[in-house]
Design a protein around this ligand. Structure first.
Ligand SMILES: Nc1ncnc2c1ncn2[C@@H]1O[C@H](COP(=O)(O)OP(=O)(O)OP(=O)(O)O)[C@@H](O)[C@H]1O
Ligand SMILES: [Zn+2]
Length: 809
């Protein structure tokens, strides 16, 4: 947060939430938001002047600023970082900005008044496509171009963007309308009909047009006309249409349409089952005296329908609604179901959207076009003014936590804060709630509503354990598949049902290893072994993106037999091809879904039954709802259990239950085969019985004993430096300073991070455990920030990075 002087000419017009352009550093200009107007000059520096104001109204409302403030202080970051995450860059002008012509812009627009300099820019844009700030300055021979750019933006003549991917490429639609000669004169039109008597195909086109566009009753409808494709869709002759266009009856034109298709809501009102009705009633009952309710509904219980009815009710009462979904769930059937009900009233805020698409949703919320938004965690930052309900679906998902960059916020927790600011309600939904939320429910902080029944009498799948070691001993293991799993897959294929195979590791195999000495190729910049990707014939570092050709000989002993060890999705896909040559196999992981619609395409193919077996990472564990899946195989259930993290049990339970929940969602029962080397592990008892509560209780006892969340609050401080010794010294100094803070706590570390080095930076971690009192936490965080600064001031530690992560995932 920085203080600037308000120039006298802006004193009257400027207010909180307005965007301003300010100098920053020696040469840069950036966009800022007015957070506070006060009289206190800063002591550490001379306040510079605000250069200009960008809007005549606030783009950010007071509630948003309060929310940002809370986020900055809770997650120990600065307000600027929150603002950067919150504002789409299309709303910011900085020295890095570029401009392009606004797609709606036309020089012929009679209402447009342009000055000379503006014209220069627009003409340059007509043949250059884009200009950066420096180019604009050169063209005009002036130093500061922002007033001109600002005016052009205000006149909707240009658009701002920062990176190529954000450049706005408008979606166009071809339409037709009747030429004025016929549209304005009934006589001419009657004449036309007579003429077309002998040309029935053309006549049909004309009739279709008049049916769609009733120009007799409402002449104004001819302006927008109809979609050209509508003629073809009606089964009418394209060539007749073209003849009519050639003969001057119709004209063709293009319009820019919103990139969010105008989907009209079908009138599919949810008809809740008795169980769902009961759950809805209970939720509302709890809302009477609790802000937050946890809906614990098993997989396939129809949580979506419950959401729909609550959303409708909230919207009807005039408030705004936000539904948060984990990243990947945004393209599933759930969104299409919601679009079916809410149509174009609903905004979708996708993380793969370009910045300009985000601006469109932002503006839609401001203008009241979207009272209801479905979106990923960053949709919390949209300019809502009167939220009544926030729903967090799959609330246990750890992708709700942002790792990098700051603000490192947990969207579920932040949603609860946002709702509190709006005096809104929060519904958390999950089949496998996070322990945090479940504990809050048990303690009575949240209302708790359970749905234990699948929709439509579908049953929960049946689990079977397949013992990998035993099969190996008996020589029954084929290419990492137990006999049980192979048989069940074969049976499903015979019945023409579908199979999901889950392995939470992409690539071909985790690593290559020398058969002689055990050497494995590792990343030069990170302390991790490289993952082998067979398809692209390379080894890759999943931490820094480093790629290389697979080594031909061992880097240690020179031996030339190097083999792939372990299982990745790519290798499983290959195995399936060998074992079930007749089956149609596809793979869904980060590597096959990088493109914007990659994920959706695979799901569509799967839904259309063009895929028999889908192999995938956790991407296949969420929200998928297909009738054909009767067998789910978990290739290596142990892998998740032995991850060195106190949450590994909770995660494994969630992941297995969720992926299992994709099976048997209709009339055909489902089977889940868990391949394991440790069939006696206690977690399987709970999973097999679907006993979430039992598992929760045992795990929570353990966590209490070892002071783990949710009994305590964790803050992790990561210290990074390219020199290991420097990182260590800085971390040790910080630990000493932290011990002085007069708040009860446990400080652990510094310890080498789980991965000791990433991108040439050595990583040390300090873990602080605090009591759950929010007041004490606030005191500690304040002091922590000061101590971090203190360490950073020490000369040898100037270039040490210290990253604070509150409630790390
Ligand atoms: N009242 C209802 N009327 C018609 N169909 C319903 C109803 N309730 C649920 N369904 C259908 O049952 C299926 C499961 O519902 P849904 O996907 O909402 O479950 P869920 O609780 O979100 O499950 P999961 O946690 O596994 O994602 C969907 O195909 C849904 O359309
Ligand atoms: Zn690396």
């Amino acid at each position: 947060m920085f203080t600037y002087r308000i120039p006298t000419d802006l004193v009257k017009s400027l207010g909180i939430g307005f965007r301003v352009i300010v100098p920053f550093g020696s040469k840069k200009i950036v966009t800022g938001i007015v957070g506070k107007v006060h009289q206190k000059p800063p002591t550490a520096y001379d306040a510079k002047q605000i250069l200009d104001q960008l809007d005549n109204e606030a783009v950010v409302n007071a509630l948003q600023i309060k929310f940002w403030d809370w986020m900055a202080s809770y997650y120990c970051c600065n307000l600027g970082e929150v603002m950067n995450a919150a504002l789409p860059s299309g709303l910011k002008i900085s020295s890095e900005s570029k401009i392009q012509l606004h797609p709606h812009f036309s020089l012929e627009d009679p209402g447009l008044v342009l000055d000379k300099r503006e014209l220069v820019i627009l003409e340059a844009l007509a043949d250059k496509d884009e200009l950066d700030m420096q180019q604009c300055a050169d063209l005009l021979g002036v130093k500061s171009v922002h007033p001109i750019i600002k005016s052009l933006v205000a006149k909707e003549a240009v658009l701002l963007f920062e990176q190529m991917k954000e450049k706005y490429s408008p979606k166009k639609e071809v339409r037709i309308r009747m030429c004025a000669r016929f549209a304005k004169d009934k006589k001419e039109l009657e004449g036309l009909f007579l003429e077309l008597k002998s040309k029935p195909k053309q006549e049909q086109v004309l009739l279709k047009y008049l049916q769609e566009v009733p120009i007799y009753q409402r002449p104004e409808t001819n302006g927008p006309g109809m979609q050209k494709a509508g003629i073809k869709e009606a089964g009418l002759s394209q060539s007749s249409l073209h003849t009519l266009i050639k003969n001057g009856v119709f004209e063709e034109f293009q319009v820019i349409i919103s990139r969010f298709e105008e989907i009209s809501s079908s009138d599919k009102e949810p008809v809740l089952t008795t169980t769902q009705q009961e759950a809805t009633r209970e939720i509302k009952h709890h809302f009477a005296d609790k802000q937050t309710v946890l809906l614990h509904g098993i997989t396939g219980s129809g949580k979506t329908e419950i959401y729909v009815s609550l959303i409708q009710e909230a919207l009807a009462s005039g408030s705004q609604v936000l539904l948060l979904l984990p990243e990947i769930a945004l393209t599933t059937h759930m969104v299409s179901r919601l679009l079916g009900v809410f149509g174009s009233k609903m905004g979708v805020f996708h993380s793969k959207y370009s910045d300009n698409e985000r601006v469109e949703v932002w503006q839609g919320v401001l203008s009241g076009k979207y009272d209801f938004v479905v979106g990923v965690r960053s949709s919390l930052f949209l300019p809502f003014s009167s939220l009544g309900l926030i729903i967090v679906d799959e609330e246990h998902e750890n992708s709700y936590k942002q790792y990098d960059p700051a603000p490192r916020f947990q969207a579920r927790d932040s949603a609860i804060m946002l709702a509190w600011l709006h005096q809104a309600k929060v519904l958390l939904g999950s089949a496998t709630p996070s322990f945090e939320s479940y504990q809050n429910a048990i303690l009575g902080k949240y209302g708790l509503v359970q749905v234990q029944e699948r929709y439509g009498n579908a049953e929960l799948p049946h689990y079977l354990l397949a013992n990998i070691n035993e099969d190996r001993r008996k020589n029954l293991l084929k290419l990492d598949m137990t006999r049980l799993l192979r048989e069940r897959i074969q049976e499903a294929l015979n019945r023409q049902e579908q199979v999901l195979l889950f392995q939470n590791r992409r690539g071909y195999s985790p690593f290559l290893s020398c058969e002689e000495c055990g050497w494995t190729p590792s990343c030069e910049r990170c302390d991790v072994s490289l993952t082998y990707h067979q398809y692209s014939e390379e080894v890759r570092c999943h931490y820094c993106g480093f790629k290389d050709q697979p080594p031909k000989v061992c880097g240690a002993c020179g031996h030339s037999k190097i083999s792939a060890v372990g299982l990745g999705t790519e290798r499983i896909e290959e195995t399936i091809g060998l074992l079930f040559p007749e089956a149609r196999v596809a793979r869904m992981d980060l590597d096959t879904t990088r493109s914007k619609y990659g994920y959706q395409r695979i799901l569509e193919e799967f839904a259309a039954r063009n895929i028999d077996i889908l192999v995938g990472t956790q991407m296949i564990s969420k929200g998928l709802d297909f009738d054909g899946v009767t067998v789910v195989g978990v290739m290596d259930a142990d892998r998740m259990l032995y991850y060195p993290d106190f949450r590994s049990g909770e995660r494994a339970f969630q992941m297995i239950t969720q992926v299992a929940g994709r099976a048997g969602r209709r009339d055909k029962p489902g089977t889940v085969i868990l391949q394991t080397r440790k069939p006696d592990h206690s977690i399987f008892e709970y999973i097999l019985k679907g006993d979430y509560v039992g598992f929760f209780r045992t795990e929570m006892q353990e966590r209490r004993r070892f002071f783990y969340p949710p009994w305590v609050k964790n803050i992790r401080i990561t210290v990074k430096h390219k020199d290991r010794g420097t990182a260590e010294q800085a971390a040790r100094l910080l630990v000493e300073l932290l011990k002085d803070i007069p708040v009860k706590k446990i400080v652990l570390g510094p310890e080498k991070g789980l991965i000791g080095r990433i991108k040439d930076l050595h990583i040390l971690e300090i873990l602080v455990k605090l009591e759950r009192s929010s007041q004490k936490q606030a005191v500690f965080k304040q002091a922590l920030l000061e101590k971090v600064l203190e360490v950073g001031f020490e000369k040898p530690f100037r270039s040490v990075r210290m990253i604070i992560d509150v409630d790390p995932a």
